[in-house]
Design a protein around this ligand. Structure first.
Ligand code: ADP
Ligand code: MG
Length: 423
């Protein structure tokens, strides 16, 4: 009897989530805490109606709905369910009315306090916390039951049906975990939908920006050429201004080139080469920059002679951007090291530095176009590198500890799959 009632309760308590999932699919305006609170209140009332009475208490899953409403919908949704439950409990009356009211308020208290922080947790943590809170409500119920028995003078008479109580606990825990998982599924689906819409918009904008950048590059090259000619003949005061203008023009040009490379990485000259050759060249290229900053740049390369078939310049560009970032993040006296380790299928390149590192928040933004923390930064370097490596079917991962340093691991597949890309 108890199991049947509780299973019916599981179904009733699931109804708002399922109902909402269907509504949400078709109509975005339905996404209001008020509506969700109303659905949860109706379900909570129905749960109470189909509750199982025993030991003077009513066993049902109303608290599942109460906890979820406070956690996911905040004070509006939760308050509606709480008011409904308190009102219904007063109307029901009976000897245990005070216990019922106190239980309901105490159960609601913790999710109410946690609500604000709750939504900033990860999905798994939210499901875990919701399940723990279910344990809190069960504990309150068992304490109420024991206290009631104490006042009745029956405490020492152990006539509880322990399996029944355990069953209540088990079903309630499963129900709340299941519902939290379902709600998380809906949240994730909504997030993905928004993400897709956003990326579609960005795609169009990106294409527009790329064509403008392409058009701007040509007149820029002409202006630069004439300015260089003028600079050769200029001996007066304007000479220093011309150098400044030329260096700023060079900067603008490199930003445009980086952006265009990000928008459409061009793998023009596909050739076979060993990874070590490129790594040696890149380290040599960046050595003066590291020395200027007082950073020791060292490399430890393996001797497998791992070969790649792709555009050598693009790989160089990707490596230069990442190693440059490592050098720029490292203070005077620090160290940047480049290691590689290959087997017959893939090569892994590790760029580690003893620089300022990144917080998890910064780490989550790395690779986002135009994200930079530098005064003269463009926020393009990492995005370009990631894009190039992605086109080569490789992978890049970051590990960073603020104040300790950063480790960038790049994994590249072997030469069996020549990359001939013209995106
Ligand atoms: P930029 O170098 O122009 O700022 P990037 O895309 O190359 O643009 O880098 C974006 C941001 O990522 C940098 O501004 C920096 O804050 C951070 N970053 C990248 N690599 C590292 C690193 N090795 N250590 C610390 N921060 C880094
Ligand atoms: Mg950079």
């Amino acid at each position: 009897m108890l199991a049947e009632k509780l299973l019916l309760n599981v179904l009733i308590s699931l109804a708002p989530v399922l109902f909402f999932s269907i509504l949400n699919e078709n109509n975005r305006k339905m996404n209001s805490p008020f509506l969700r609170g109303m659905l949860a209140s109706i379900a909570a009332l129905t749960c109470m109606f189909f509750s199982y009475s025993n030991y003077g208490f009513n066993w049902d899953l109303r608290y599942v709905l109460l906890i979820l409403a406070f956690l996911y919908d905040g004070p509006v949704g939760g308050g509606m369910v709480l008011t409904t439950l308190l009102g219904a409990r007063v109307l029901m009356g009976g000897e245990t009315v005070v216990f019922g009211l106190v239980n309901t308020i105490l159960t609601a208290l913790v999710p109410f306090i946690l609500h604000k922080r709750f939504l900033s947790y990860t999905s798994n943590k939210r499901v875990f916390l919701t399940t723990i809170l279910c344990g809190w409500s069960l504990l309150l119920c068992y304490i109420s039951l024991t206290t009631y028995r104490y006042f009745e003078g029956n405490l020492l008479k152990i006539d509880f049906n322990i399996p029944d109580l355990l069953l209540v606990g088990l079903i309630q825990t499963i129900a709340i975990a299941l519902q939290a998982k379902l709600v998380e599924g809906i949240i994730e689906r909504n997030r993905l939908k928004k993400e897709i819409q956003r990326s579609e918009k960005l795609n169009t904008l990106g294409e527009l920006a790329a064509s403008i950048a392409h058009e701007v590059r040509n007149p820029l090259t002409v202006v630069k050429g004439f300015l260089q000619l003028m600079q050769q003949e200029e001996k007066g005061k304007n000479y220093q201004y011309l150098s400044l203008v030329l260096s700023e023009l060079g900067r603008a040009e490199s930003i445009i080139n980086d952006y265009l490379n990000f928008a459409k990485p061009k793998f023009e000259k596909i050739e076979e080469f060993t990874l070590n050759e490129v790594l040696v060249e890149v380290v040599m290229l960046l050595d003066p920059m590291a020395a200027k900053q007082g950073v020791q740049l060292e490399s430890e390369l393996d001797s497998t002679g791992f070969t790649l078939v792709t555009d050598r310049n693009q790989l160089k560009q990707a490596l230069v951007n990442l190693i440059k970032n490592a050098i720029e993040a490292t203070p005077d006296g620090g160290k940047v090291s480049v290691h590689n380790k290959s087997d017959c299928h893939q090569a892994s390149i590790l760029i580690s530095d003893t620089g300022k590192g990144m917080t998890p928040e910064q780490l989550s933004r790395i690779g986002t176009l135009f994200y930079t923390t530098k005064d003269k930064g463009t926020g393009l370097g990492t995005s370009v590198s990631l894009r190039i490596i992605e086109t080569m079917k490789g992978k890049v991962s970051y590990k960073s500890v603020p104040g300790v340093g950063t480790e960038v691991r790049m994994v590249l597949p072997g030469s069996q799959t020549p990359v001939l890309v013209n995106l």
